[in-house]
Every structure is written in structure tokens, then in C-alpha cells.
Design a protein around this ligand. Structure first.
Ligand code: C2E
Ligand code: CA
Ligand code: CA
Length: 417
């Protein structure tokens, strides 16, 4: 980074001119500086700045030309703040913060322009053609499409907060089947947002935004509570059936939830409050979590030590999965649907799935194949001795009541068979 320097200016010396490229900002160390615009007849003073004030930063931040000129009113000493020193910080900032800054700057430029026009109207020359509004968007180009995307994100974020307050989220459940014996062994809980304006929204549309912000923590807690509530009903349905057997709900946990210091307390409190067994609440984490370093691994170990089984989701799509698998235990693997989709049509994919199944067998962990859509996928996976599967072939994710119907039906068939 170029160090900030000082420079002296003599009285009346021009510091920069309107329209110049903004390569630095200035802080007044001593003396006074006038910011002005050239009027048609004479210059219009916008401001007089004194010790400790900054100027010239606007065009450095948003890359627009200088919108006014600056001149030393008296001998001045100015600290020169380099473009790098400013832009490094701005570029590192959140995109929403960057957008807000550029919108504010735009507003300030418009205000300057209006002030200038107002002074022109008051001071001078009636014959002059004046744009009385003075409203001219000076950096519209730089605020382009990106702005719409960021604004939509901000809108969505505030709607999500409201959705949480208004209880608009739902959990849907997709059965996970034992492929060999064809019965339901558990359900994956998948969040939906029942928005009054957007309709039923799938998580791809909002969970990544929730993960970017701290919203993931309250949304994740909502999922934990709801899943435990539903699991309690399912556990008692299974227990009161004629052929009781273990049944679980798996919930998706994103890495950021582990940075909530209350995560484990919350999880154990929720299971206790609903009287459900830890071993029946599985936590699905994706391989991406390993990118977050040792804390994530520590968190996974902690989940297991508290008795919550951990399932590695989307297996095969992330990084370093094999080295991590050697370093710590997970309780099951989920083969990503991108593999399952091609298992009957692509021999290379089939070879990879076979290798994953072989590896899991060696590690003694069960495998769930996700995204089973056709009888052919199902037959192939059964032939390969893949233990478990889920997919549209069996059922799409459904509302809780429908999931209970599927479970009751399955328990009856299981008993009869
Ligand atoms: P995922 O964990 O990989 O979930 C599986 C996704 O595949 C689900 O999409 C499910 O509806 C879909 N799916 C299941 N079977 C089939 C099939 O046979 N064919 C096809 N084409 N798709 C199938 P969904 O519900 O839209 O969820 C998308 C992602 O959103 C999930 O991927 C998960 O990463 C995330 N997500 C969902 N619920 C939660 C949640 O409560 N918490 C967190 N952190 N993430 C969640
Ligand atoms: Ca999942
Ligand atoms: Ca998955």
C-alpha cells in the first residue's frame, strides 16, 4: 500500500479541478479549503473546509470524475490519502454496504448540483437557461444492474426476517427408504417458505442468503424446534405400532450454525423439551463444512459425542472428503444426486458410485443414495447393495400430515409383510 503523504498548498493554489480523475482524497491538516463549482458567470462556493475535514473521497470511492473543484483559501497542509488505501477497504466490504455507499454518494452529488443551480438562480443572469430541478443522476451507469440484484437481496433479507416473525416457514419431509426391504427408515426435513407474495419458495432461493447473514441462526433454530416436534409424533407412532422399529428425522445444518455458541445447548434443549432421542435426530452436513477449518471438525465431533448421528451430505461434490474421512468419523454418507442421475447411463459415474459404496463398506458406514427418480436407478442401487435411498420415485418432500400418512401406511405394510 502506498503510504499517505503530506503536501503544502499556497493560498489560491488549485488542488483539483471538476472533471479530473480522482486518484486520492485529502485531509486538512492546517489552513482552509474551498470546494466550488464553475458557474456560467462566476464560481459557486459549495463549502469551506477546515482542520480535520476530508474531501475528494467521493470520486475515489465510486470511480466517477471529480464533481467539484478544490482550492486552498490560505496556505494549507493536506494529508494525501491514496486511492489504494481507500479502495482496498471498500472492495473488502459487504456488497450491500458498497451499494449503500455508492447510493449515498450519488445523492450527495445530486444535492451538490441542486445547491449549485439554486445559487445560480438566486445570484445571476436571468437570461441563462437553467435546469431548475438540477436533478441529474451523475453515476447512473455505475449503479447498473448490480444495484437491482443487491436491492432484491436486501428486500429478500427483510422479508425473511418478517417471515420468521410471522411463522411463514414450513418443514416438508421426504422419506428415506431401506432399499433392500423397501420400508421407511427416516425422513429428511426440508425447509419451505410459504410467502404470501412469492408463494411456496424452495430453499435454494433463500437459504444461501440466510447463510450469508446471521439469519441462519434463528432459521436453523426454527428448523430444530419444528423437526423435534414432528419427530416426537413420529416416534410415538412407531412405538405404538405393532412392529416398532427405529425411525429418524435428518435436518440440514449449515456451517455457520456451528459458530453460534448456543448451538449445542439449543439442540439438546429442543430434544429434551420434545422428549425425543438424540440418535433419532441426524444432522446432515455437506463437505463444504471442511473448508471452514478445525472448528467445524470439532463441532462434528461434539455432535457425535452428544449422541447426534452425523451424515455427510452431497458426498462426492466437495473437496478433500477422503482425507477428512480418514481423520474423523461420520455415521453415514449421502451420495449426491448428480451421481445417482447418471448411474444407469454413464459407466464412469457407475464406477465412482461402486467405489464409494466399497469404501463405505470398508469404513462400515451406511450409504443413502439421493435423487432416485426411476425404477432403473432403484434396481441398479439395490444390485450394488446400496443400503438406503430417497427420491421422487418414492415420494417428493411432503407436508407433515402427508408424511405421517406415508409412515402409517408403511408401518401397516411392514407388519403385514
Ligand atoms: P439437499 O440437502 O441436498 O436436499 C435434497 C434436495 O433434493 C431437496 O431439494 C429435495 O427436494 C431434492 N430432491 C429429493 N429427491 C429428488 C429427486 O429424486 N430428484 C430431484 N431432482 N431432486 C430431489 P430442496 O428441498 O429444494 O432443498 C435444496 C437444498 O436446500 C438442500 O439440498 C439443502 O442444502 C438446503 N436446505 C433445505 N432445507 C434446509 C434446512 O432446513 N437447513 C439448511 N441449512 N439447508 C436446507
Ligand atoms: Ca440434505
Ligand atoms: Ca444432498
Amino acid at each position: 500500500m502506498i503510504p499517505n503523504k503530506k503536501r503544502r498548498y499556497a493560498a489560491g493554489e488549485l488542488i483539483f479541478h471538476e472533471g479530473d480523475f480522482g486518484d486520492c482524497a485529502f485531509i486538512v491538516e492546517s489552513g482552509r479549503v474551498e470546494i466550488f463549482m464553475e458557474g456560467p458567470v462566476e464560481k459557486v462556493c459549495l463549502n469551506i473546509l477546515g482542520i480535520g475535514e476530508i474531501f475528494g473521497e467521493m470520486s475515489v470511492i465510486d470511480g466517477s470524475p471529480r464533481s467539484a473543484s478544490a482550492v486552498a483559501v490560505e496556505p494549507c497542509e493536506l494529508i494525501i490519502v491514496s486511492r489504494e488505501a481507500i479502495s482496498e477497504r471498500i472492495e473488502g466490504a459487504d456488497p450491500i454496504v458498497r451499494l449503500l455507499i455508492s447510493m449515498l454518494l450519488n445523492r450527495m452529488r445530486v444535492a451538490n448540483q441542486s445547491a449549485m443551480n439554486a445559487k445560480r438562480i438566486m445570484n445571476i443572469d436571468d437570461s441563462e437557461e437553467v435546469d431548475k430541478t438540477g436533478i441529474k443522476s451523475l453515476s447512473k451507469a455505475s449503479l447498473s444492474d448490480q444495484r437491482d440484484a443487491v436491492l432484491e437481496k436486501m428486500r429478500l433479507e427483510s422479508e425473511l426476517k418478517q417471515a420468521l416473525a410471522d411463522d411463514e416457514f414450513q418443514l416438508h419431509f421426504q422419506p428415506i427408504k431401506n432399499l433392500k426391504h423397501n420400508f421407511i427408515t427416516g425422513f429428511e426435513a426440508l425447509i419451505r417458505w410459504n410467502s404470501p407474495t412469492r408463494g411456496l419458495v424452495r430453499p435454494d432461493m433463500f437459504m444461501s442468503l440466510a447463510e450469508e447473514t446471521s439469519l441462519i441462526v434463528p432459521v436453523g433454530r426454527w428448523v430444530i424446534d419444528k423437526a423435534c416436534e414432528c419427530l416426537a409424533e413420529m416416534e410415538s407412532a412407531v412405538l405404538s405400532s405393532l412392529a416398532p422399529r427405529p425411525l429418524y428425522i435428518s435436518i440440514n445444518i449449515s456451517g455457520r450454525q456451528f459458530s453460534d455458541p448456543q448451538f449445542f445447548n439449543y439442540l439438546t434443549r429442543a430434544t429434551k423439551a420434545n422428549g425425543v432421542h438424540h440418535e433419532n435426530l441426524k444432522l446432515e452436513v455437506t463437505e463444504r463444512i471442511f473448508m471452514e477449518g478445525p472448528n467445524a471438525i470439532h463441532a462434528i465431533k461434539k455432535c457425535r459425542s452428544l449422541g447426534f448421528p452425523v451424515m455427510l451430505d452431497d458426498f462426492g461434490t466437495g473437496y478433500s472428503s477422503l482425507s477428512y474421512l480418514a481423520q474423523f468419523f461420520v455415521d453415514s454418507l449421502k451420495i449426491d444426486q448428480s451421481f445417482v442421475r447418471k448411474i444407469t447411463t454413464d459407466s464412469r459415474t457407475l464406477a465412482i458410485v461402486k467405489a464409494v459404496l466399497k469404501m463405505a463398506e470398508g469404513l462400515d458406514i451406511p450409504v443413502v443414495a439421493e435423487g432416485i427418480e426411476t425404477e432403473e436407478d432403484f434396481d441398479m442401487l439395490r444390485k450394488l447393495n446400496c443400503g438406503y435411498g430417497q427420491g421422487y420415485l418414492f415420494s417428493r418432500p411432503v407436508e407433515f400430515q402427508k408424511a405421517m400418512e406415508l409412515l402409517f401406511e408403511d408401518l401397516r405394510v411392514g407388519y403385514a409383510g
